[in-house]
Ligand binder design. Sequence first.
Ligand code: C5P
Length: 226
Amino acid sequence: MARILITSGPTRQHLDPVRYLSNASSGRMGRALAEAAIAGGCQVTIVSGPVEVAYPPEAQVVSVVSTEEMLAACQQEFPRCDGLIGVAAPCDYRPLAVAAQKLHKTGSGLDLHLIETPDIVATLGHDKLPHQWLVGFALETEDQRFRAIAKMQKKSCDLMVVNGPQAMNSLHNMVEVLDRAGEVIAAFEGTKESVAEQLFQLIDARLIRQAPAASPPLAPDECHPR
Ligand code: C5P
């Protein structure tokens, strides 16, 4: 039984105890992919940022808030998995400093100093074992294919799913799938559930069934975050 890790939903980067930076990701595409993978006989772990959707009860769900927490949870889980589907929309930036108390208005503006967060897919891709595969998602507003191919290489993905901003917080999606050669190998459109089913069939045929046998599961005391 293939073991799949799915990142899903947005992350939040707090400015102070009550305010944060985030995005409109709903977790629906992650849920739909988890349902499709479970229906296809896979064991699924979801590392999810804060969402309102309910994930399938068969999935193991690890709830996180920030991008750093999502990375730490994925580093814990990925060594036991055969592949990763990175459908989350983690925040790319975080405030340099998080105020311990609520920020108060001063009558003038507020400059935010933001720094980059770690890239989860790129980090896992860099450290992956030979049998492990990665599927990334690229949400682009311009030069979609060009940017997606660059991300696929930078993040060591085996396939890249490209969609537009219309996917955010929507019930529908329209995607293209690019392979390592940069070829468009499929295009799917419809509800997120139907797109997820078709995507999973493709991942199953191209990656799950092609992967060399995984090493036996690690004993808990052998699993160290890398
Ligand atoms: O945000 P971006 O378009 O670069 O996302 C492309 C892929 O990288 C997605 O699969 C997303 O889940 C992943 N990503 C990540 N960590 C980040 C930013 C994006 O894993 N900090």
